[in-house]
Design a protein around this ligand. Sequence first.
Ligand SMILES: NC(=O)c1ccc[n+]([C@@H]2O[C@H](COP(=O)([O-])OP(=O)(O)OC[C@H]3O[C@@H](n4cnc5c(N)ncnc54)[C@H](OP(=O)(O)O)[C@@H]3O)[C@@H](O)[C@H]2O)c1
Length: 421
Amino acid sequence: MFTRVPRQSLTLTATFARCTLRAGRHLCFDGPLLTTCVLIGRLSRKPRSDWRRRGENSRTIMPAWVIDKYGSNDVLRFTRNAGFPVINYPNEVIVKVLSAGLNPLDVSMRDGYGAAALSMKRDPLNIKQSGSEFPLVLGRDASGVIMECGLDVKHFRERDEVWAAIPPWKQGSLAEFVVLSANEVSHKPKSLSHVEAAAVPYVATTAWSALVNTGGLNKDNCAKKRVLILGGSGGVGTFAIQMLKAWGAHVTVTCSQNAERFVRDLGADHVVDYTAGPVEEPLSSLEKFDLILDNVGGDTERWALNLLKPWCGAKFVTLITPFLQNIDSLGIADGMMQSAATGATKMLKHLVKGVHYRWGFFAPSGPALDEIREMVDAGQIRAVVEETFSFSQVPQAFEKMEKGHARGKTVVQISKGGEDL
Ligand SMILES: NC(=O)c1ccc[n+]([C@@H]2O[C@H](COP(=O)([O-])OP(=O)(O)OC[C@H]3O[C@@H](n4cnc5c(N)ncnc54)[C@H](OP(=O)(O)O)[C@@H]3O)[C@@H](O)[C@H]2O)c1
């Protein structure tokens, strides 16, 4: 049955086969490549689960909201024929999505933001045709149940209830099933429903990456720190306030006046209304800060770094970066060069004034979600769901996201679970 293939070409064939599997082209080949594709698919997953024995293994399609091109809300299309996810690597799991969270990134991705950079990440060898990302499933947060595990997955079993933040280059959670790396998945907090759990992972892992990995804060060093959050009433802000308060920091927040009560309820110590006039004036009369988390961008960099304590290791971490936009407009090589030059120039410019300038990025992380789960189950952090939509209302959920002025998160309930789990 097997043709002998030299070891080196087998490795190359396997690598190419993985790329091809990812490209969804595995049916177009025969010979060693097809054999390798089939073997990887078969060998990467554990022997048939209950779920598969019940006949689900015959499924090749599933319901999902997809886009077939970038554009405004009318590009969203519901289909019952989206491709069923496949375990391609032994550390992957298939999750049945019960609830999906939306983020501003979903609206931007629908419009085409980041398309060039994300295509490069999906297809580093550039072997696919342009537009091969379609039909594209949006949705970066998932809460659901594991249906199948790859061979190397030790930490999870079928039927485990999990939550995850999905990297933007992967198919998203506005679908009945999603395939994820086990490193991106974490057991869901027991104290949250799936709707509540879907409101947390993306903003939580972004805040964690910005505040902990980039900002250097943690539960042991926050007690006397003064932190300013620019834009505290949205998804990232509402999570960051609670996490910093749980760690004992003093938290000042900017938001519009009608969100003051809301952010104070989450623990904010001091609130400044940005709609009442230039916000830098009231902020500059306050004691200086150890860290600023910028969720707003625009002209904040012009004045906000002056609010940091100089020569004390204080940091300004902004989530509004030109990284993906540069790649979209200049191409990969020039875009990355431009971003590196911009970032380095800004870092140096502020370093000579004794403060640190940093870009913060979302980073998918199951281990970070494990720590966040403990804080949630300990009652230190609650999920802030602003509005819930049904699976048939995904376009309305996007319309709501586009209006801005979020007070927490928008969640889509994909399924209530039940007898099929
Ligand atoms: N770099 C990354 O990897 C990364 C990851 C996640 C998010 N982000 C970005 O970070 C930003 C925040 O994300 P999010 O999920 O928290 O967004 P969001 O849920 O839409 O919240 C943004 C909040 O900012 C407030 N706001 C707007 N303009 C403001 C201003 N001038 N001053 C103070 N508050 C202002 C708005 O409330 P009002 O009603 O008070 O205006 C809104 O609630 C977004 O731009 C997002 O794209 C970047």
